[in-house]
Design a protein around this ligand. Structure first.
Ligand code: AMP
Ligand code: ZN
Length: 113
């Protein structure tokens, strides 16, 4: 997607502070963190939001979850835990329309953050 900031990060046209990368997943530090650890985890392929997921994406979503747990462990969140969040569309608070998950942790989170 030409105008998608996260696709540009996948294509290295926009810099990312990457913390994890494989063939189909990229994870990077959020530019505006709301917790001591705030990582954005995305599929490299452009999926606009969770409503666009197809049955063939089930494995990808499972691998994203496993990558999130691995990153959480590497960033010291295993003992006290973390939150993995997907904001979907306007009512969900989505601002970047490329499917992504927020990995949040490093202190006790309130209901929203
Ligand atoms: P959402 O509201 O769920 O769409 O979240 C989008 C997130 O992407 C926000 O937390 C932004 O701070 C983050 N974000 C936007 N642009 C960048 C960027 N260039 N690098 C890192 N994080 C970004
Ligand atoms: Zn995209």
């Amino acid at each position: 997607m030409a105008d998608c900031i996260f696709c540009k990060m996948v294509n290295k046209e926009v810099p990312a502070q990457a913390v994890y990368e494989d063939e189909e997943i990229l994870a990077f530090k959020d530019i505006n963190p709301v917790a001591p650890v705030h990582v954005i985890i995305i599929p490299k392929k452009h999926i606009t939001d969770a409503t666009q997921l197809k049955s063939e994406d089930a494995g990808l979503i499972g691998r994203i979850y496993l990558a999130a747990v691995q990153i959480a462990k590497e960033l010291g969140l295993e003992e006290n835990g973390f939150r993995l969040v997907n904001n979907c569309k306007v009512d969900g608070g989505q601002e970047v329309f490329h499917l992504h998950f927020h990995l949040l942790g490093g202190h006790k989170l309130g209901l929203f953050v």
